[in-house]
Design a protein around this ligand. Structure first.
Ligand SMILES: [Zn+2]
Ligand SMILES: [Zn+2]
Length: 251
């Protein structure tokens, strides 16, 4: 912030002391534009910060939720033979800004970003899942060693905050058996192979679910869909009748 800007902001704060502050840059937010799926529960973002996000709205692949010709299936999904995930939806594109923000949240442990991420998830939830009877949320687990290194699991934290917002129970259903390389360092084939049998069904606690439960699996990014698919497979190992859906912040 330069000198003039802080003077202007100082005056604005005096004139309008109740202006909410942007969750990313802490500037006062003078005008909160309400886009699709936004109302209550979402955090204030200024126009500049909000512009970084490329929201994914209704023209999407029916299965993986990437921007695509509405009501059709994209080429990657058409090639896929397994169907462990009913379908998946994401809030925004995984663009440069989003990569930076997610890295800041995940690797540098910037926990205030959790609220921003959850407000993006909440927006996608309202667009795609609010009308459904969802029985529980669950999340992609981290390997124990990674958890020690990073001190928290971003997917679990986001799932926990989202569960609270939408009033759906959250169950930890999976365990990660091996630590995998960062997906971004591998090509598509080795990525898919490395993920085979990475997860297994291992509920943290007793849970109550109906016979054919609808479960929404939370993660930060959908890249190839391999992580969600493998987690979906592991959930069905324990609950064969489960209908598993995905919800990620970025795609
Ligand atoms: Zn801002
Ligand atoms: Zn697709």
């Amino acid at each position: 912030m330069n000198g003039w800007q802080s003077v202007v902001n100082g005056i604005l704060n005096l004139l309008y002391p109740s202006l909410p502050l942007c969750s990313l840059c802490a500037q006062p937010v003078r005008y909160v534009a309400q886009g699709a799926g936004e109302k209550g529960g979402t955090v204030p973002l200024c126009a500049v910060c909000k512009e970084q996000f490329a929201f994914i709205l209704d023209n999407i692949c029916k299965l993986c939720g990437r921007p695509w010709i509405a009501d059709t299936v994209c080429e990657d999904c058409a090639r896929r033979t397994e169907r462990y995930i009913h379908y998946s939806r994401s809030a925004v594109r995984y663009n440069e800004a989003m990569k930076g923000l997610l890295a800041q949240y995940k690797y540098r442990g910037d926990r205030k970003l959790a609220d921003v991420m959850v407000s993006l998830l909440l927006r996608a939830w309202r667009l795609h899942y609010a009308g459904m009877k969802v029985d529980c949320l669950t999340y992609i687990p981290l390997h124990e060693a990674r958890l020690l290194e990073r001190t928290f699991n971003q997917a679990q934290e986001m799932a926990c905050l989202l569960a609270h917002e939408v009033g759906v129970p959250l169950y930890g259903l999976l365990e990660r058996k091996k630590a995998t390389e960062k997906q971004s360092k591998q090509d598509r084939t080795s990525r898919l192979n490395a993920l085979q049998n990475v997860f297994h069904f291992s509920p943290e606690e007793a849970f109550m679910l109906p016979d054919c439960p609808v479960i929404v699996l939370i993660d930060d990014v959908y890249t190839t869909g391999a992580t969600l698919a493998e987690a979906g497979r592991a959930i069905k190992e324990g609950i064969p009748q489960a209908n598993v859906y995905g919800l990620t912040v970025a795609r």
